[in-house]
Design a protein around this ligand. Structure first.
Ligand code: NAD
Ligand code: TYD
Length: 342
């Protein structure tokens, strides 16, 4: 089997590349990534040089390039992680989210239809469902929950999902979609909550908590997400959506306090700052379909996963310090210094 994995120099795609290259030594895993600010080839170092792995730099929205690539490479399966993924950036500049997340997806799928790909898998997000109220802990997102997005990011992801389902019905493309809750773990770009707070706490810098810090996310270790995608791609039913989440709801303040406690840093580092525009209050996944149909069970709970993740950051300081000293630094300064959020 020959797999095309897009966005494999990013956080989840990078973890998935490690997982697949090691689990399927007889199969070929091709990593296609544009290397935007979020793409980091250092993430792929552990698999570089393996005979069943290859990296190609390119843009999923570049139609002539994609058509050429599919003509040459003869892929069997395509798994699309490539996306602009940060909500705050989508609020600043929505257009690239339409280009990559929507048009990149349709470009890839056009190639899949033309070259008779056996399975196209779209990595989506629970953010397509919008948010749940904080005072209704009995409510969860199921695959039947209507799409009701809040941010330019989630709107672009939801649009892509609709195109994926349309390509299944209209052209018969064999598709699956996974909608996962917030991920954390090794190799996450330090603009997202958990790695941002770990790296800032280690430097004794203020930790910017948006609004009242009561917003709830349903945290899933990236390893468990990778296992779920592997199962869905191989055993999931065509045309189906699968929610992925492990019932690990925490509010942002709880997450930040866990990090501070583990690193033995004072809570006085917490700084409440202006809220994110349109900030979703609560995400919570019902993963029953994935558990009952495909037998998925997460390996980590929030406590074990957080300890592993914080330890990983202590053991891999050069990985994230290298990012902080590069291009990310300008964005970091713009978002956290010029705007006076901290
Ligand atoms: P990320 O930002 O860490 O990585 C995205 C990768 O895609 C980067 O390597 C980037 O260079 C690449 N990329 C961006 N535009 C591209 C283009 N036009 N062509 C080719 N490559 C391009 O993102 P992530 O957190 O790893 O998320 C991966 C996927 O999972 C996304 O589709 C995201 O919507 C989805 N998702 C993320 C989470 C989460 O908590 N991070 C949760 C659910 C779903
Ligand atoms: P984030 O990691 O950006 O993921 P998402 O917005 O996709 O859920 O943010 C997770 C939560 O943490 C979200 O409620 C916003 C909040 N947050 C902060 O309070 N401060 C920060 O500096 C960041 C980046 C996020």
């Amino acid at each position: 089997m020959k797999y095309l994995v897009t966005g494999g120099a990013g956080f989840i795609g990078g973890n998935f590349i490690h997982y697949m290259v090691n689990k399927y030594p007889e199969d070929m895993i091709v990593n296609l990534d544009k290397l935007t600010y979020a793409g980091n080839l250092e993430t792929c170092k552990p698999v570089e040089g393996k005979p069943n792995y290859k990296f190609i730099k390119g843009d999923i929205a570049d139609r002539p390039f994609i058509m050429d690539l599919f003509e040459k490479e003869k892929f069997d399966v395509v798994i699309n992680f490539a996306a602009e993924s940060h909500v705050d950036r989508s609020i600043e500049d929505p257009e690239i989210f339409v280009k990559t997340n929507v048009m990149g997806t349709t470009t890839l799928m056009d190639a899949c239809v033309k070259y008779g790909i056996k399975r196209y898998h779209q990595v989506s997000t629970d953010e397509v469902y919008g948010d749940l109220p904080l005072d209704r802990p009995d409510l969860f997102f199921t695959e039947e929950t209507p799409l009701h997005t809040s941010s330019p990011y989630s709107s672009a992801k939801a649009s892509a999902d609709l195109f994926v389902l349309a390509y299944h019905r209209t052209y018969g493309l064999p598709v699956t979609i996974s909608r996962c809750s917030n991920n954390y773990g090794p190799y996450q770009f330090p603009e997202k909550l958990i790695p941002l707070m770990i790296s800032r706490a280690l430097a004794d810098e203020p930790l910017p908590v948006y609004g009242d810090g009561a917003n709830v996310r349903d945290w899933l270790h990236v390893y468990d997400h990778c296992v779920a995608i592997d199962l869905i791609v191989h055993d999931g039913r065509e045309g189906e959506v699968y929610n992925v989440g492990g019932h690990n709801e925490r509010n942002n303040l709880q997450v930040v306090k866990t990090i501070l406690k583990t690193l033995d840093k004072p809570e006085s580092l917490i700084h409440f700052v202006a809220d994110r525009k349109g900030h979703d209050r609560r995400y919570a996944i019902d993963p029953k379909k994935l558990e009952t149909e495909l037998g998925w069970k997460p390996k980590y709970n929030f406590d074990t996963g957080m300890q592993q993740t914080i330890q990983w950051h202590l053991d891999h300081k050069e990985w994230w310090q290298h990012i902080l000293s590069g291009e990310y630094q300008q964005y970091y300064e713009k978002m956290y210094t010029d705007k006076g959020r901290v």
